[in-house]
Design a protein around this ligand. Sequence first.
Ligand code: ARG
Length: 374
Amino acid sequence: MGTRKTPAFKPLLIAATALALLLAALFLAANTPSEFVSHSSAKTRVDASSSIVGGTSTTASNFPWQVLITANNKEFCGGSLIHPMIILTAAHCLVDDYGNYYEDRPGLVFRAYTGRTRVNAGGVELDWHSARVDPRYDAIRTVYDWGFVSLDSPASAPTLKIAGPDELPLWEPGRKATVTGFGDLYDGGPSSTVLQRVTVNVLADSGCSRYGAAFDGTTQLCAGYIAGGRDACQGDSGGPLSVTGDKGARRLIGIVSTGKGCALHYFPGIYSRVAEPELAEDIQSEVELIESLDDFPDAYSGINVIGSQARPYGCAASIKARKIAEQRVESSERALEAARRTGNRDRIEAAKRSLKNAKNRLSDSRDNSERICF
Ligand code: ARG
């Protein structure tokens, strides 16, 4: 449809839009398990199911540990497979504001899938056992917003480890991260039928200053754009905020948790800060408790869900470049000595210049690898 509308067409368009909105509202009223999906908290609009704004379609093969959680066969939340028998998601995807588990409500059936590129087809269903949330989860403040779904049998998909204490450079403010999900394409809009991905910046706590006291830097991570435009949205909740390190290492650094609207100027997304070393340790302990409570087979017990030794993307290449630059300086030094032995002024001057260049390049590449790796 073009941007120009004839005056005669306008009333028709308004009527059609109104009708479409009415139908959409009726459809939602009929299909949304509203009494369990809508949380009445301080948040602006809190559907447990939060999609991506400003992203692009991707495939499950790029995010094999991405989990889709459905409630009565409708898109509900995202999650991450962090252990062959445990999904990590948002607490607000599993319990209501009073801490009651959704899975205990009669008539409500939850399912989880990996490998789904399309929201309603393909992939592998996971063998849902039971849900548990972090005991400190507070629905009003949206702090400690994470929980677990244990499985009756191990998933075959690969797992995503949480970034470890020696991997902080992977997600310090300024780094890029990726958020994925089937959530709404804009605030109040339709959810996506195809898995979406969008790149966001990891921001310092100050990036979420407009949230005031509603942002808690000890348990929440701010990520997105001050200018808005790209963000997670309703329906993406529980899904992964992940980073890519060198050699394709992927790590989880956050869980889609909350935000004001979606992709708004001055209001980046708020994620559960799961890779903060103390919080990651808490998650590891919670995983160990689940392994024992649910009697996981030995092969699936004692699993470390925290990664280590992944380096930021581009670090290995920058170290390699630095080594080459070091060797250039050494060989330029030898060349200068050789030139001096000839006593030829021009050759000495030329060798001095190339040594100076090599030293400059080395200093640049040192700065570069320091910037990238640390
Ligand atoms: N709490 C939302 C949900 O339940 C997630 C919202 C994420 N919002 C955002 N702007 N990043 O679906």
